[in-house]
Design a protein around this ligand. Structure first.
Ligand code: CMP
Length: 143
């Protein structure tokens, strides 16, 4: 079964969108196997966004994601990476389709509410940044 990392970003936590976003994933049938409210350190933020290190917006990205608490989530399900990416909508929320999370809740590319791993490889790398092995739990979901 595939796993993916989702971050509810500081803008969404402050706007009290956490439960709305979580319930979309639960309603869809994805299983929450890891969940924590946390303040990300600058070091971990830089590690998470390492692929963007040379981009002009890197410093803003790091300062935004560390500007307040985030909710880190590990979701499990068949094709979880792709399913979550589809539910999130495009990176730029102004282009995101209505019905997607970014399409419904955001207007600003830099404050786009949510992050989701872009591949199975990224998911494996990212989950290790946010969760210890014993913080991702195995249990049976009842439908
Ligand atoms: P995320 O899915 O967290 O991954 C990288 C983030 O970089 C992305 O969401 C956007 O929030 C942000 N991003 C991408 N392009 C730009 C840009 N041109 N300017 C500012 N932020 C950007």
């Amino acid at each position: 079964m595939e796993r993916t990392l989702v971050l509810i970003k500081p803008d969404a936590v402050k706007r009290q969108l956490t439960s709305k976003i979580l319930s979309r994933f639960e309603d869809k049938g994805l299983k929450i196997v890891g969940l924590k409210l946390m303040q990300l350190s600058k070091e971990k933020a830089m590690e998470h966004y390492a692929e963007h290190k040379k981009k002009p917006f890197f410093d803003n990205l790091v300062s935004f994601i560390t500007s307040g608490p985030i909710v880190a989530i590990v979701l499990e399900g068949k094709d979880a990476v792709t399913v979550v990416r589809t539910m999130m909508g495009t990176t730029n929320p102004r282009d995101a389709a209505p019905g997607t999370i970014r399409g419904d809740f955001a207007m600003d590319l830099g404050r786009n509410v949510i992050h989701g791993s872009d591949s199975v490889y990224s998911a494996e790398r990212e989950i290790k940044i946010f969760f210890e092995e014993d913080e991702v739990l195995d249990y049976e979901r009842v439908i």
